[in-house]
Ligand binder design. Sequence first.
Ligand SMILES: Cc1cc2nc3c(=O)[nH]c(=O)nc-3n(C[C@H](O)[C@H](O)[C@H](O)COP(=O)(O)O)c2cc1C
Length: 332
Amino acid sequence: MRKRNMLDHLNHKEPIWNAGMGLGLAGPDLVAAISGAGGFGVLGAGAMPAGAIKSMIEATKKLTKKPLGANIIIPMSDGSDVAACFDAGVKVVVLFWGDVQPYIKDAQKKGIYIVSQCGSVEEAVIAADAGASGIIMQGTEAGGHVKAKSPLFETLQSCARELGAIPTIASGGIGTGKDILKALTSGAEAVSMGTRFLATTESSAAKEYKERLILANSDDTVITKLFDGGWADANHRVVMNDAYNRWVDNDSRSPGQRPGEGSQIGTVSIEDTLVPLTRYTTYPPTSAFDGDIEEMPLYAGTSVSQVREVISVATLMSTLSIEYKKALLEKA
Ligand SMILES: Cc1cc2nc3c(=O)[nH]c(=O)nc-3n(C[C@H](O)[C@H](O)[C@H](O)COP(=O)(O)O)c2cc1C
């Protein structure tokens, strides 16, 4: 008999997680809507102070009684954010871009599952050996920061085979129910989707950002290291915009020599304080941003081709389920 794993214990109906898109892009409304529709909701707690994370978790618990996840970006963490997630009672902490080992013992003591989003099978095996309860295998199609070294379906099967009883969750470029079926038949037990949930009414992305996603296709996205203010030397996939095109037109110069570097491009309102943002910031345009999104990182995966309108999470989840069933019938 197959050993019960984390997903059996979490017991959500649909094999769908949302990516914990940072700085609250995946906030309480999004997460509650996803768990309400049978998926597993992950709060985007990356790059946020511990106090704000605790408030975000408490606000989510008022909206749903389902178990919650929270995502933390290790290179942007001082440890207090992970501690805040542990103390505020999430069931899963998804860690990205680093060694999970230092967090395992404490998590196990508290009955919390650590999941590692990984960019290669080697990294996945190391995280699983260190005690991760699940692995999100990322492909280079992914939006946002991209640790992946290969397209998703080049690594997914071997990742699942290497991990055995530890569940593999597929991420990167998944935009339809047909993609979900392909992931599940390639060894994944669930999928983690970012871009499609970004373009829902419940996400905290700025309205203009969501509108820009509707107009973009996968060919309009690119992997770059341009938006490095806050997290340097890390690949990320964005929709090409004025800031990106201007940089390319100016010989794709190195940091320190780029057009308009250091100038203010807008503000973000954080707890009633207006914080200035400078050009090439890592900060995404959330609903708290005021300025020109053409100067901001418009993170999106190749799955942006499937974004054609801003819809509710419930509509998206039922569309994915219908597409999945149709693809299953076609395959039979
Ligand atoms: C707007 C945006 C923000 C993201 N922020 C995070 C983050 O804070 N932490 C993280 O682990 N991954 C983050 N990601 C990457 C996702 O975890 C995931 O790999 C990606 O969304 C999958 O590709 P898809 O967008 O095509 O579904 C982000 C992705 C997007 C699109």
